[in-house]
Design a protein around this ligand. Sequence first.
Ligand code: WQD
Length: 340
Amino acid sequence: MKKILVTGGLGFIGSHTVVELQNEGFEVVIIDDLSNSSEAVLDGIASITNTTPIFEKLDMKDKNALHSFFEKHHDIAGVIHFAASKAVGESVNNPLLYYENNINTLVYVLQELLNLDASNLIFSSSCTVYGQADEMPITESAPVKPAESPYGNTKQIGEEIIADTCKVTEKLNAIALRYFNPIGAHPSAKIGELPIGVPQNLVPFITQTGAGLRDCLSVYGKDYPTSDGTCVRDYIHVVDLAKAHVIALKRLINKNNDANFETFNVGTGVGSTVLEVIESFERVSGKHLNYKFVSRREGDVISAYANTKKANNDLGWKAKSSLDDAMRSAWDWEQKIRNL
Ligand code: WQD
């Protein structure tokens, strides 16, 4: 059974990916510093797959601790690297936290991978690298634009670090997955998104408003040049996104990749406005959502949705869930954790 390291594996996307890896017969080892997750997520994973992944609490900024980990687990067939800080607004106020946590840890993981005979890396990247792309839907060849935040910059720099490393060694095979907007939860409602404090992202704020934890959703801007004046995004079910990681990893393990560094957009290919997301929530929950329009949020792009042809054709992966499917799973999860 091939052993896969999932860094940040107790996080939102990481935990859903661990479930899909186990479903595909991989042995999973998780390292997580628990800064934005909880060890209880292990129970949620095990309740779905009947297999508790190996877990080690580890701060990946500690280079020596990470080296010791790799000495113990030298039989790792691949790494899916989620571990990173990911709040756009926080990164503006605390850039060094983001450069240290997101860049140093990637360098340390790569240094360990180069000690192995051969290694496969899936890197968690983001559509944020495109900034406001000139054309919709966005292809992987769209220019990477100056980042709007240190968080976005760490994703751009991360991809460059991996690309530069792959240029000088045949030992490393890597894929960067550029996520669009991950939403929803596992259909079992045993794992899902657990935002700390006030959610910065749209969907958890909607479901918390629906659950009565928040009084009113503020819609950031109603004067954008879109169908209804609100921003457009590509909301992808987190389970579809998780499955893309397993398929990409198999591409590398089976050496079906065309080059030793590739990037893929992972989205549905469908753009939805904020109001359409609200309507989806109201449809699937049967509830009216309380919201108001406020001024635009600094740094928001008008529109971002994926051209998914490369992932469809080269990976053989396509998102299956609709916006309503994803919103329904998000709402089921919210009701479950609030005992509604
Ligand atoms: C979506 C839309 C907001 C909250 C970010 C990162 C991206 C990834 C996902 C980490 C926008 C609007 C939101 C609210 C609102 N992060 N909105 N009221 O900004 O597209 O992407 O999160 O992996 O890298 O950039 O996602 O959910 O914050 O916003 O009106 O209370 O919802 O203006 O148009 P975003 P989001």
